[in-house]
Structure formats: structure tokens, C-alpha cells
Design a protein around this ligand. Structure first.
Ligand code: WT7
Length: 648
């Protein structure tokens, strides 16, 4: 094969996919965009054929804005579609290649995974878990997290997976909101060779919420823990005599599949509700289309099951396509900075899906690390979670994709459930830094405050104009918040994504970042209000304003402006204490970069802290008109303090 055929061709507009990639791609006919646009319902209906239904739907869509129902009357089971359906052809195909941080490897074939899932489903049933009961899962990236999720899906119990690095308190808040009685966790897990005491965090956290009746504990690290009599049981003991077959529950298309908590603009995280039919159809379809997923692929998504990416593109999308997936427990720099490339070489990974912060970190470490390994099995690479700057995109394409792998920069959200804006690798000419175009069946636009489309090149708000099958159905227990957050901005039928964006002359989307009070630290979503409410719960703190500051590596970092209670002295010790306090209350990924003490904060006359002004100050930008502030002089004072930090 000639050089030319397998290198991406760079022309004036961007990178065209290599010819041989196009030839073999699952989707390579651009007509798909036209077909989907002309009749989106038929398009999704056609794709619903990839799922096995117990009963076919009566109607594809019912749209009573802002509420949608999809595949109405259809009956299915998500777990059945991830496992049982693969037994005919792929019973002995590897479903999961798991690698522990310490190098342990555990593989599961589809048949083995199904057996484990059924056994665990029976354990849950034996504990009295019924269809509709929400089960909380607080596990790191070990096979049991996937087994638990699928076991829940099998018996129709929605799961709520809480990111393992969250604190015990954050866990308790989520358990409380979901009203969960059963929790699945482990003794501990490994991070850079150190044991994180997961069970201790559980014991501390749930003491206060008093809801959990039963805790199932996976023995993973063997660290010493206390088992509470009558509440805690070991996973392996429960599994011992459990039957390895379990009939899947017949679920309605609109039954809840899972809850996923995410941060928003208020102090409390919101439970995003996803249902079964539409979600399964679109995660299966988009995994196939965007990653060009084939039977032989070894697919590695580095996301954690504690976030939506780990749900849609690690569990439900890939497994419902009968894929072999790689799961890695640990840190990318343990024992050394080549761990990812070592994993790719040893397991012959063909598709890699990771995050911009990781890519920028690899870039900082240097290309010599991937060069130590043969990563030539890769044929497609993806990015998700935050805007990827053109420099990082180009580095990724050149050094990991060898100038040959198409890069798919995928824009989507917890709320969308599925990838919404992304290249189709066998069709789309990519431009570094742009997520390119809405995928077939999705209509997106960049609007101004009034809901009018802005001109090419102008900043505006990213909006989704039509319903899609895996859209958020509501905020759990808080319908009002659902409406307020996503729908009232315009006309109650246009979805407000919370992101700023622009479109170029070619119709390509460039995502700028959040326009609401959500901070994205290394792709993790952290709410300003959530963070502030934690800081002000500290006995020394009177008021706090928390904003994101742009950061080359992490996208954004957290700047906290804090007013202390009268009589409390500013000190470095107190800064450290507050940092530790925030970390304990949320988790280590939310450590504030700076805590800035100040006697006053920029406030409106009614006393509301103006985060917009603080954000400008933190980023050393012009805060605009500050004449309406209670005390405009505060701005200069804070600017000075911030400048001093930068030069320190
Ligand atoms: C927010 C959603 C999507 C799953 C993981 C994060 C940002 C996500 C991109 C991208 C620019 C992106 C947006 C979005 N975001 N992907 N490719 N380019 N920004 O899910 O935690 O719900 O966060 O992540 O700001 O609103 P999430």
C-alpha cells in the first residue's frame, strides 16, 4: 500500500480521512446526513433494529416539549442486549480485558461475564432488591463495577454509580437523594501504588444518612476494614452459592435504566434520569458509527464508570456491539509515564478514547514515552470531556495516531447520554480543535439570548433543536429544576446545553466552554455553588465565591475567594486546612488551586456575589461594567491580590 493511501491528507480545510480507512469504514456514505435530516424518526427507527426487543414499539416518538418518550410500548432489557445476544456468535470472545494497577490481569469472555452478572443479579434479588429500586455503586475501575451495573439492569433496578474518588459525604448526599438502600463498594483500591481506603470512606459517609440497609463489599486490595454485622457482607461470600442463570426483567422502553449525578448551578448535584429504549439504541449506534467499531477491534475507553462516558462508551455501547474492551484500574504514570502505551502494545488496542487533560499531560511528558512502544495497532483515536486545543489535537494525531488515525473529538454531556457533535471517521474532514458536525439525526445550532441563530464566527449558546432518543428525561425528584436548567432559556422546546460555541463558514462547531457556573477541572464537572456551600460550612468561613481559571493542562482550575468570619486570622495554615476540607468533602480531584482571602467580595446591591466579575478577575480579564456593585473598589483590591499570586 502506498504511503499516501494510509496517511491523513491535509488540505486547506483540514484532515481528510485516509483513503483505506474510508473504504473499510462502517459509515462512508455522506448521504446518511441527508437521510437522517429528512426523516429523523425513521432514521432512529431503522437503528433500533440493532437492539433485540421483546415487544416492538407502537410509535417512535411522543414529543410534548420538553418531554419526550421514545419507542413507546417497546419492551427490552439492556443487560440482555449487552450479554445474552452475543452468546450465539461470541460466547468465547473476550468481553473484558481488565488490568489492575499492579499488573494483575483478569479476562472475561461474554459467556463468563453473563454468568457472573446473573449470579450477582441473584444476590441482589436475594437481598430483596426489586424492579425500580435504586442501587448505589461506589466502586473503582474493577470488573465488579461493570458486573454490578449489568446485574442491576438485568433485574430492572436502576443504578446510580458514584465516582470512587468522591468523598464519603458526597456519596451520602447522592444516596440520600436517590433513596438507595443497597450499596456496592470495596475494601480499597490502588492509586499510584497507594491504597485508597474506600470502605472507610463509606463507613464515615453513610453514618450520617442512615438509609443504607445493606452493603456488599468486594475484597480487592485485602486491606483491613471493619464489617458491620447485619449490614455488610462480602461479595465473594454472597456469590458462592448464587445461581448462574437469571431471567432478565422485561422493561418498558421508558423505564429508568440509571441515574447519574452531575454538578449544576445550585449547591446540590442533580440526578440525571436516563431511560432504557432510546438510550440503548443510540449508544449502540453511535459507538458503531463514531468509533467505526468492528468485530476484531480491541477498544479502550479510559473513562471511569463513575461518569457518563463510562456508562455509554465503556459499558452499554461497546458491549451491545459485542466488543472486546480494555479496562485499566490505575494511574497513567504508574509505575512509569509509559503505562498507557505499554497497555496498548500488550493488548493490541486498536481504538483509544481519552480526555484532553490526559492528552495534554502526555504532551508535557514528551513523545519519547509512546515511542518506547509499538502502538501501531491503533487505527482510531478519540477525545471527550472538554475542549481540546488545536495544539493538543495535532500532537495526539501526530504522536499517538501516527498521522494516520482519524481523530474523533466528541462533544456531548451527561444529559445527552450519547455523542452529539463529532466527526464520522470515514466521512468527515477534521479541523483540529473543532468537534465538527452534529451526527446524523441531531440538529444543533448556535443561538443568541433571544434564540436567533448567530452569524458564522460569532459566539453564542450551543442549542439542540430537536429531541433525541437518549435525552435526559428529568432531574430525579426535581422536575422544576429540569425545566429551569435546560428549557426556559428560550421557548421550552430548545435544549440549552450550558456551553458557549461558534460555528464557522463550513458549519463546523467550535465549543468554547461552559457559560454557566460549572467549572471543568480535567474534564470533571464541579459546580461553583456546590463548592461554595462546602467552604461556607467550615467554621472559619463567612462567604465564598468560587470560579474557574483557565489552565493550560487541566482546562480550568478552581480559584476560591473567601471572606473569613470576624476575629479569624488569615494564615497559610488556614489555607491548607480549607484545601484539605474541600478535598475531604468532595474528593481529591476537586482540590482548589488557590484560596484568596479577602475582606469583601464583589456583590450586587442586593448582596449576591457576582461570579462573572470574580471569574474575570481570576483570569486577569476585563470585568466589564462594575458600577452596579455595592463597592466597586473591591474589584481593584482583588485584582491586585490575584496578580500577586501569579507573580509569587
Ligand atoms: C460538558 C459535559 C461528555 C461526557 C463527559 C463529560 C464539555 C464534553 C467536549 C468536547 C468541548 C466538551 C462541555 C459539556 N465537553 N465534551 N468534545 N469539546 N467540550 O460529560 O461531565 O456531563 O460534561 O463537558 O462543556 O457541556 P459532563
Amino acid at each position: 500500500m502506498g504511503e499516501k493511501a494510509n496517511q491523513s491528507q491535509k488540505d486547506i480545510t483540514g484532515f481528510r480521512p485516509p483513503e483505506d480507512f474510508v473504504r473499510n469504514a462502517i459509515v462512508n456514505d455522506p448521504d446518511i446526513y441527508r437521510r437522517a435530516e429528512e426523516d429523523p424518526e425513521s432514521f432512529w427507527e431503522e437503528n433500533a433494529g440493532g437492539i433485540e426487543w421483546y415487544r416492538k414499539w407502537d410509535r417512535v416518538l411522543e414529543w410534548e416539549p420538553p418531554h419526550s418518550k421514545w419507542f413507546i410500548g417497546g419492551k427490552l432489557n439492556a443487560c440482555y442486549n449487552c450479554l445474552d445476544v452475543n452468546l450465539d456468535q461470541h460466547a468465547d470472545k473476550t468481553a473484558i480485558i481488565w488490568e489492575g494497577e499492579n499488573g494483575d490481569i483478569r479476562n472475561y469472555t461474554y459467556k463468563e461475564l453473563l454468568e457472573e452478572v446473573c449470579r450477582f443479579a441473584n444476590v441482589l434479588k436475594g437481598m430483596g432488591v426489586k424492579k425500580g429500586d435504586i442501587v448505589t455503586i461506589y466502586l473503582p475501575m474493577i470488573p465488579e463495577v461493570v458486573i454490578s451495573m449489568l446485574a442491576c439492569a438485568r433485574i430492572g433496578a436502576p443504578h446510580s454509580v458514584v465516582f470512587a474518588a468522591f468523598s464519603g459525604d458526597s456519596l451520602a448526599t447522592r444516596i440520600g437523594n436517590a433513596n438507595s438502600r443497597v450499596l456496592i463498594t470495596c475494601d480499597g483500591y490502588s492509586r499510584r501504588g497507594k491504597i485508597i481506603e474506600q470502605k472507610n470512606k463509606v463507613d464515615d459517609g453513610i453514618r450520617s444518612c442512615g438509609l443504607i440497609d445493606q452493603v456488599i463489599v468486594v475484597r480487592h486490595m485485602g486491606n483491613e476494614i471493619t464489617m458491620k454485622d447485619g449490614r455488610d457482607i462480602w461479595w465473594h461470600e454472597a456469590m458462592e452459592n448464587s445461581d448462574s442463570s437469571c431471567e432478565p426483567e422485561v422493561m418498558d422502553s421508558e423505564d429508568m435504566l440509571f441515574l447519574m449525578y452531575t454538578s449544576g448551578t445550585t449547591g446540590k448535584p442533580k440526578g440525571i434520569v436516563h431511560t432504557t429504549g432510546g438510550y440503548m439504541v443510540t449508544t449502540q449506534t453511535t459507538t458503531k458509527f463514531v468509533f467505526d467499531l468492528k468485530n476484531e477491534d480491541i477498544y479502550w475507553c479510559t473513562a471511569d464508570c463513575g461518569w457518563i462516558t463510562g456508562h455509554s462508551y465503556l459499558v452499554y455501547g461497546p458491549l451491545s456491539n459485542g466488543t472486546t474492551l480494555v479496562i485499566y484500574e490505575g494511574a497513567p504514570d504508574y509505575p512509569d509515564k509509559d503505562r498507557y502505551w505499554d497497555i496498548i502494545e500488550r493488548h493490541k488496542v486498536t481504538i483509544l478514547y481519552t480526555a484532553p487533560t490526559a492528552i495534554r499531560t502526555f504532551m508535557k511528558w514528551g513523545a519519547s514515552w509512546p515511542q518506547m512502544h509499538d502502538i501501531s495497532t491503533l487505527r482510531l483515536i478519540g477525545s471527550v470531556g472538554e475542549p481540546i486545543n488545536p495544539g493538543a489535537w495535532l500532537w495526539y494525531h501526530e504522536n499517538i495516531g501516527m498521522g494516520r488515525c482519524p481523530v474523533v473529538d466528541t462533544w456531548w454531556q451527561t444529559e445527552t447520554g450519547m455523542i452529539m457533535i463529532s466527526p464520522l471517521p470515514g466521512i468527515t474532514t477534521t479541523k483540529p480543535g473543532s468537534a465538527t458536525l452534529p451526527i446524523p439525526g441531531i440538529k444543533a445550532a448556535v443561538l443568541d439570548d433571544k434564540g436567533n441563530e448567530v452569524a458564522p464566527g460569532q459566539d453564542g449558546y450551543l442549542a439542540i433543536l430537536d429531541p433525541w432518543p437518549s435525552m435526559v428525561r428529568t432531574v430525579f425528584g426535581n422536575e422544576e429544576r429540569f425545566i429551569e436548567t435546560y428549557w426556559i432559556k428560550w421557548d421550552n422546546k430548545t435544549y440549552f446545553a450550558g456551553d458557549g460555541a461558534k460555528k464557522d463558514e463550513d458549519g463546523y462547531f467550535w465549543i468554547i466552554g461552559r457559560v454557566d457556573d460549572v467549572i471543568k477541572v480535567s474534564g470533571h464537572r464541579i459546580g461553583s455553588a456546590e463548592f461554595e456551600s462546602i467552604l461556607v460550612s467550615h467554621p472559619s468561613v463567612a462567604e465564598a465565591g468560587v470560579v474557574g481559571k483557565e489552565d493550560e493542562l487541566r482546562g480550568e482550575v478552581i480559584y476560591s475567594y473567601v471572606t473569613l468570619k470576624s476575629g479569624i486570622e488569615e494564615s497559610n495554615e488556614l489555607k491548607k486546612e480549607l484545601t484539605a476540607y474541600a478535598e475531604k468533602n468532595i474528593g481529591p480531584f476537586a482540590r482548589p488551586r488557590q484560596i484568596i482571602f479577602s475582606d469583601d467580595l464583589p456583590k450586587t446591591r442586593s448582596g449576591k456575589i457576582m461570579r462573572r466579575v470574580l471569574k474575570a478577575i481570576a483570569n486577569e480579564k476585563d470585568p466589564g461594567d462594575v458600577s452596579t456593585l455595592q463597592d466597586p473598589a473591591v474589584v481593584e483590591m482583588l485584582k491586585e491580590k490575584t496578580r500577586m499570586l501569579e507573580s509569587a
